[in-house]
Design a protein around this ligand. Structure first.
Ligand SMILES: Cc1cc2nc3c(=O)[nH]c(=O)nc-3n(C[C@H](O)[C@H](O)[C@H](O)COP(=O)(O)O)c2cc1C
Length: 166
């Protein structure tokens, strides 16, 4: 399958968009992520793929945990902040309300549908996005949340292109 066809498939699948946050060595960051999925039932595990171009990836390599927040249909501003800006340029967590969770991982106050998990595996030979597998410590699903989807955020230019190398 060619790269453009894969892009078309992503639009057909139209994944829910999430924000992955991280804390490491006293620093915090987070980015908008479309590549994510539950990857085990027992034990409960969730996987996210982080671009090697992103500062969030840098911090994740030094972190114990990640938090995965489901954005609602009204959260385009958060999608824009976390997907269109990079922590290399601005303090994204300084521009939204959050509370430190386990190990200091930022929990976005507006996004109560979320997962917090401990990083138990990662792989760096997966392409331009490395996979981080989370052992789920806490998962909260708010009834009635309608996630914002890929097709609703195609106006956002990523803070880092995935093909960039740091
Ligand atoms: C629609 C969309 C989907 C994205 N999906 C991912 C993704 O799955 N994984 C990822 O690491 N970055 C993804 N990004 C890119 C990051 O969110 C973006 O480059 C961000 O600015 C990186 O911030 P950071 O450098 O502070 O980590 C996506 C961006 C957009 C606009």
């Amino acid at each position: 399958m060619t790269e453009p066809e894969l892009g078309d498939l992503a639009e057909v699948l139209d994944p829910a968009m999430v924000v992955v946050t991280v804390a490491a060595d006293g620093e915090v960051d987070g980015c908008l992520v479309g590549f994510h999925s539950q990857c085990s039932i027992d034990p409960p595990r969730y996987a996210v793929w982080l671009s090697v171009a992103n500062r969030t990836h840098d911090l994740a390599q030094r972190a114990d945990r990640l938090a995965v927040h489901v954005l609602g249909a009204d959260d385009h501003d958060l999608a824009s902040l976390f997907g269109g800006e990079t922590g290399d340029d601005i303090d994204k967590l300084g521009r939204c309300a959050w509370t430190p969770g386990p190990g200091g991982v930022p929990l976005l106050d507006r996004c109560s549908t979320r997962i917090v998990g401990r990083i138990v595996a990662s792989a760096t030979d997966t392409g331009d996005h490395d996979v981080f597998v989370l052992d789920v410590e806490d998962a909260t699903a708010e009834a009635g949340v309608t996630p914002i989807r890929l097709r609703q955020v195609t106006d956002i230019d990523p803070g880092h292109e995935a093909t960039e190398r740091r």
